[in-house]
Ligand binder design. Structure first.
Ligand SMILES: [Fe+2]
Ligand SMILES: [Fe+2]
Length: 184
């Protein structure tokens, strides 16, 4: 779907689940920063970013967090992360229901703070904790599953598409959320 493609491009490189999520973290933050830097109400960019962020969160909730919730040393972090996702979703709904004025910008700024905080926690606490309880092999497998789930790519034997000129490309990028949900 074009919306997510505009935020995530052709998708992150092959790698572990952590590699992929970190790439998307940078992209999501950059998209929100674009809005804030402009100081304008940018509904299209926001819609694309919110869709990409939602896909990212759903991927984490479907693939990574369940693994972490099975282990006592990582469970609390995963549970908290889910709640932070819910908080971000509430913020997104609030923005979508907001009039296009300076409060809209303020709400996007708040979402940016929430997302940045969450990303910092994931990269500095959740992922390091996960590395202790998940083998590298599992992390790579989760990476393949994540890419397939989010970008409609088959496992790592396929290289990322080099050019967005195929029918596949228009469908590959990350999927209308409703379709994705239907499948999982
Ligand atoms: Fe994340
Ligand atoms: Fe997350």
């Amino acid at each position: 779907m074009e919306q997510i493609k505009s935020v995530f491009g052709r998708g992150p490189p092959e790698g572990s689940i952590y590699d992929m999520l970190k790439v998307e973290h940078r992209q999501i933050k950059a998209s929100l920063q674009e809005i804030l830097n402009s100081g304008r109400v940018m509904n299209d960019v926001f819609s694309q970013t919110a869709t990409a962020l939602d896909m990212h969160m759903k991927g984490e909730e479907a693939l990574l967090y369940p693994k972490l919730e099975q282990n006592n040393s990582t469970r609390a972090c995963a549970v908290k992360s889910r709640e932070e996702h819910n908080f971000a979703r509430m913020a997104i709904r609030d923005i979508n229901n907001s009039a296009p004025d300076e409060r809209w910008i303020a709400k996007v700024s708040l979402l940016y703070d929430v997302v940045s905080h969450h990303i910092n926690e994931e990269e500095n606490e959740v992922f390091p904790g996960a590395r202790k309880v998940l083998t590298d092999t599992v992390a790579m497998q989760l990476g393949r599953e994540y890419r397939t789930r989010t970008y409609r790519k088959t496992p790592s034997s396929q290289t990322p598409p080099q050019q967005s000129n195929s029918e596949e490309t228009s469908e590959m990028p990350p999927v209308a959320p409703s379709k994705q949900e239907d499948e999982t």
